[in-house]
Structures are given as structure tokens and as C-alpha cells.
Design a protein around this ligand. Structure first.
Ligand code: SF4
Length: 446
């Protein structure tokens, strides 16, 4: 089940994958670099028998098998396996302190910092050790810990990354995205709340809190780009949210076109919404080669550039001689947009109008999504007209921040606190940012 769950979550990370199981007495794990089906075969899966398991797909970060999660630690007082989604913003400080106290680190991950904090905690009960460790870390973490007898999960006090609970038969399952439940026939129960700690063992599920000062600040990019369209976050379906973003964009834009096309896959829903509201036909102007990974997710610019060439092809008969409205979910560095605009023009498009279903991204993300450094973010360093020129589009429109909030609709339930992190668009970070807060992909903790 963990294997199939990870299969549904492969879009969240393609650098490496691992599974750790417990048979009630001991933990064992298998991990490797690459995609799920490259790392696991039937024989390996057969060797991982047990009563509980956790798995993880790795997104960006430092290379090396030691950095692939779950991280597995054995000690005389018991073993534990840890998997984390998100990025701790004070990991460097904590690591330095721990090393001063004698800790030796084997990986570049901030998840290992958490493991040391748990192990060094003076408390006796496992849940108290975890609570104590979590009181020291800051940032974004949806986190799972498997021991021989129990599974402990926690969501950071801002609930920055999605995490939910499901049930299959009399067993519980936990996943970053609800799309993982469909494949294993599980039923979604609820999202894990910010600041919540949940223990699942033979006696069932025990719900607690480790932080009382919790405020919802779900990553907006999960809705815009990152999550799968068949997942729901906070009761909102991702496809519906994206379609609404496209509809709102169509209301805000002033552009004439003959066809609307979306950049596959994450922008298709927004393009459909745009076309519906604008009354312009939606067409498949770009197709994607299914067997190449996502460009955005690859860790280097060189790989990203190679990726996009292999990934997208224009449909000449659809775009030839037409004024094409190209809907995309975001512009980060601008290089991908420029290539796609060129590709459409080379295929005969008369005009290419780029419409982006999110606002200009002007600030880096410190919470685990690679949206580049300030210097590399095109919208942080150029005017709208300059960006339009750089990407060689005939016009360029971004969605407004207000329009984005309205389209996603979380704010309707959350009132004044909109319930979303929008820091990469607004610069208002939901947590404090430390001077040496590492960006996820450049993290090399000393
Ligand atoms: S800064 Fe942007 S990408 Fe990062 S968590 Fe906030 S909304 Fe998501």
C-alpha cells in the first residue's frame, strides 16, 4: 500500500524514494536514487513485510543516497525512521548547537536535526520526546516517525504543507495528498491540523497538540502548481481551484485570441477555466511527452533546460495562423516560458499572449519549494514590460493577489487570516526568517 501511495505522489519528488516497515519488533528499509519503479521491484517489496510502513519521495536537495528518506536510526533504546515534507528554517542553528554538544551528522538533511533532537531529549515517553523536539524547530514540516510499535505524525504550527489522514479497512493511512488514497482504496477522513500531533498504534489513533499557537498558512503553490488535480486540500479540489484561477484571470485580462491553450499538465485546468469564461475555444496546443519528469522539479538550471526540450511539443495544426492565449500557472525564471512562446511561434502561431494564473513571484520560498533565489526570480528584477520582452510574448498578464485568494476560496472559510502562505508573491512570510535560512536546494549545512 505504501508503494502504491508513493506511486500517486511521484509528482512531488523524483530524486529518490524510500520505504521503511516495522514488523512490530524491528524496522527495515530500502531506498535508492531515482523513481519509485527504478528503486523497487517485487522482490524488494516482498522483503518489506510488516504491520506498518512509511515512505517518501525526495524533491531536489543535495544528491546522495544518505539524504534519501525515510532516515532510519538504530540505537539500544530502539529504532526510529523519519520522513519529512517541508523545510526547517532554523536547521543550521540547531545543527551547530547539536554538534557543539557532540552530535555527529551523516546527512545534509534537516530531518536528521529533528532525529537528534528527539534522541537527545531527556523525556521518557516517545511522544514527549517528539513534542520537545518540535518545540525547538521552526519552519515547514509535515512529519512522520515510525518506531517498532507506533507511527507519530505532526503538522507544523502553520500547516504549510498538506497532510491528511485516511482509513482503509481498520488501518489508518496518512499522506501528503489525498490522491494517494484512491489507488489503495482508502477513505479520506480529514486534514491534519496545524500544531497537531497524532499517534497511531495497535490501540488506534490518539490525537494531541504540540503547539497551541497554530495559524493556517497552507502553501498557495500547492493549489497553483504542485499538487495533483485529483487531490483536495482543506476541502478544496485542486482542479477546481485551478479552473477558478483561470476563470478569474479571464475576468482580469484584456486580450483578444482565437484559441486558449494550457501548458501541460499543471496549467490545463486553469486554461479550461479561462476558455470557459472568455468564450474562446480551449484547444490542445501543446502536448507533453508522458515519460519525462517535471522541469521545475529538477535541481539544476541545465537539467531544467534539457528537460523542457524533451517534454513539450506544439500541435502545429492547432496554433498555425492563430492568436494563441497561452495559460501557464507561474513564471519563475522565465526560461521555460520563453522556450514555449518560441516553440508556439515556430509552429506558426500569429501571436502568443501569455496569461499567468498566479501573481508575479517576487520572493524566494524558505519552506521547501524551489522557487529560486531573489536574483534568479524574473519578476523580482524586471518590470512587466521587460518580462514580456524577455519571454518574447505579444502580451503578458498575471493574476492579481486578490483574484488568486478569491479563486482558491480558502479565505472564505478562514476569514481575516486567509489561511494561505503567499510569501513568494507578497513577501509576507508566516514565520520569522533567520538570516542564514537556507533555500531548500542550496542547503549544505556546515
Ligand atoms: S513562499 Fe510560496 S512556495 Fe513557499 S510555502 Fe509560501 S506560498 Fe508556498
Amino acid at each position: 500500500m505504501t508503494y502504491y501511495g508513493l506511486h500517486s505522489l511521484q509528482h512531488r519528488g523524483q530524486e529518490g524514494v524510500g520505504i521503511v516497515t516495522t514488523d512490530g519488533e524491528r524496522l527495515q528499509g530500502i531506498k535508492g536514487e531515482g523513481l519509485l519503479n527504478e528503486v523497487f521491484d517485487e522482490k524488494k517489496l516482498d522483503s518489506l513485510k510488516g504491520i506498518g510502513a512509511i515512505g517518501h519521495v525526495r524533491y531536489g536537495g543535495k544528491k546522495g543516497i544518505e539524504n534519501i528518506q525515510p532516515l532510519l536510526f538504530h540505537s539500544s533504546s530502539g529504532s526510529l525512521a523519519l520522513a519529512q515534507n517541508g523545510n526547517l528554517i532554523n536547521a543550521n542553528d540547531l545543527k551547530h548547537q547539536l554538534e557543539m554538544q557532540g552530535s555527529i551528522f551523516q546527512t545534509n538533511t534537516d530531518t536528521e536535526v529533528l532525529a537528534h533532537l528527539i534522541k537527545r531529549s531527556g523525556y521518557l515517553a516517545q511522544e514527549d520526546k517528539v513534542k520537545n523536539a518540535l518545540s525547538m524547530v521552526k519552519g515547514a514540516y509535515s512529519f512522520m516517525m515510525l518506531t517498532e510499535k507506533e507511527l507519530i505524525i505532526a503538522q507544523d504550527p502553520n500547516g504549510l504543507r498538506p497532510l491528511s489522514i485516511g482509513k482503509v479497512g481498520d488501518a489508518y493511512c496518512v499522506a501528503a495528498e489525498t490522491c494517494a488514497y484512491d489507488l489503495i482504496g482508502a477513505e479520506y477522513i480529514r486534514d491534519v491540523e496545524p500544531g497537531e500531533l497524532i499517534i497511531i498504534d495497535r490501540d488506534g489513533i490518539h490525537e494531541e497538540r504540540f503547539s497551541l499557537s497554530a495559524t493556517h498558512a497552507m502553501c498557495t503553490m500547492e493549489y497553483v502548481y504542485f499538487s495533483r488535480p485529483d487531490s483536495d486540500i482543506g476541502g478544496i479540489n485542486i482542479h477546481t481551484a485551478r479552473k477558478n484561477l483561470g476563470k478569474q484571470l479571464a475576468l482580469e485580462v484584456n486580450v483578444q485570441g482565437d484559441v486558449v491553450t494550457g501548458v501541460p499538465d499543471s496549467s490545463i485546468s486553469a486554461a479550461i477555466g479561462f476558455a470557459e469564461t472568455a468564450g474562446i475555444p480551449y484547444e490542445l496546443g501543446l502536448i507533453k511527452n508522458r515519460y519525462v519528469g517535471r522541469t521545475f522539479i529538477k535541481p539544476t538550471q541545465e537539467l531544467r533546460e534539457q528537460g523542457v526540450k524533451m517534454k513539450l511539443s506544439p500541435v502545429r495544426k492547432v496554433v498555425e495562423g492563430k492568436r494563441v492565449i497561452m495559460v501557464d500557472d507561474s513564471i519563475v525564471r522565465g526560461t521555460t516560458s520563453k522556450r514555449i512562446v518560441r516553440m508556439l511561434k515556430q509552429a506558426g502561431a500569429k501571436e502568443v499572449h501569455v496569461c499567468i494564473s498566479s501573481p508575479p513571484m517576487t520572493n524566494p520560498c524558505f519552506y521547501g519549494i524551489d522557487v529560486s533565489t531573489h536574483e534568479e526570480l524574473i519578476a523580482a528584477n524586471h518590470s512587466m514590460e521587460e518580462i514580456r520582452e524577455i519571454i518574447e510574448a505579444d502580451s503578458l498578464t498575471f493574476l492579481s493577489v486578490e483574484g488568486m485568494l478569491k479563486a482558491i476560496g480558502r479565505s472564505e472559510n478562514m476569514g481575516k487570516n486567509c489561511g494561505q502562505c503567499m510569501a513568494c508573491f507578497t513577501g509576507e512570510y508566516p514565520t520569522e526568517i533567520y538570516p542564514d535560512t537556507p533555500l531548500p536546494y542550496e542547503k549544505e549545512m556546515k
